[in-house]
Write a protein that binds this ligand. Structure first.
Ligand code: ATP
Length: 259
């Protein structure tokens, strides 16, 4: 009997969040069975209002919940097949899962360039490699080159966000996780930052998971979208589908963006 052709295997997601429940201080339930799947090369936006559970999801992904007296109580998160809850945040960074926390954390008393270089410290890179990576960051964000000798604490909000992202890029991520990069920034700066992230995604295949309250900008740049509401994933789909559905946008985001 001729062998049956085997159906093609579905590609393994880079990040799989399966029915995750997360709790703070053993009492405050922040996530109720959240699921999400991100394929390599995708930009996935996690949308939702204040307190919806976006930051909790991202911290769970990087195994940072225990630092905040939080934990995953059900479900699991796999990054490249690895259970993140059993892997230290530092080991996850070495595996290419790198997070830029909410609030553009920079070392205020270090210069912009010193901040960027701290991102390369965990790698055993040669000076030539570090210089090459620095130049790559400066080509993405030329303002950082102009400001490289200034203390990060003296630079603008947009420059600090670019520095925080640049530092994360210095550790050569496969999956970059960003928590509300647009927060408090002028629209032109937000477009610049998202434009450069999209460029990295398209030119180098960088995968991105980004939490945003700014649904308009996220829908413009993302491939897929998951909407959270009080710790529940209430909607998931391609950004293109959602861009074409004014009803969904006004229901969930209170505004619409052009398809
Ligand atoms: P925001 O945009 O305000 O950051 P979010 O969508 O990221 O909102 P989370 O910060 O994940 O939401 O919050 C989800 C829920 O968990 C909220 O009810 C919040 O009060 C609670 N929460 C968040 N962090 C903690 C913490 N460290 N301890 C206790 N509860 C927390």
């Amino acid at each position: 009997m001729p062998a049956m052709p085997t159906p093609p295997l579905a590609p393994q997601p880079l990040l799989l969040i399966e029915a995750v429940e997360a709790v703070y201080q053993h009492a405050i339930i922040a996530l109720h069975g959240v699921s999400l799947s991100l394929q390599a090369g995708e930009i996935h936006a996690l949308l939702g209002a204040n307190g919806a559970g976006k930051s909790t999801t991202l911290k769970a992904v990087s195994n940072l919940l225990p630092v905040q007296r939080g934990q995953i109580t059900a479900g699991r998160i796999l990054y490249q097949g690895v259970d993140v809850a059993r892997t230290s945040p530092a080991a996850l960074v070495r595996l290419g899962l790198v997070q830029v926390l909410e609030g553009r954390h920079c070392f205020r008393n270090l210069t912009v360039e010193e901040n960027l270089l701290t991102g390369g410290l965990g790698r055993s890179s040669s000076r030539t490699e570090l210089t090459h990576d620095l130049e790559r960051i400066y080509s993405l964000f030329p303002r950082l080159k102009e400001r490289r000798r200034i203390h990060a604490g003296l630079t603008s909000g947009g420059e600090q966000q670019m520095t925080a992202i640049g530092r994360a890029l210095m550790s050569r991520p496969k999956l970059l996780v960003l928590d509300e990069p647009s927060m408090g920034l002028a629209p032109l700066i937000v477009q610049d930052i998202f434009g450069q992230l999209k460029r990295l995604n398209q030119e180098e295949g960088l995968s991105i998971l980004v939490a945003e309250q700014n649904s308009a900008v996220a829908l413009q740049y993302a491939d897929r979208v998951t909407v959270l509401d009080t710790g529940i994933a209430v909607l998931s789909g391609t950004a293109q589908e959602i861009r074409q559905r004014a009803d969904i946008q006004s229901f969930y985001f209170g505004q619409t963006v052009a398809a």
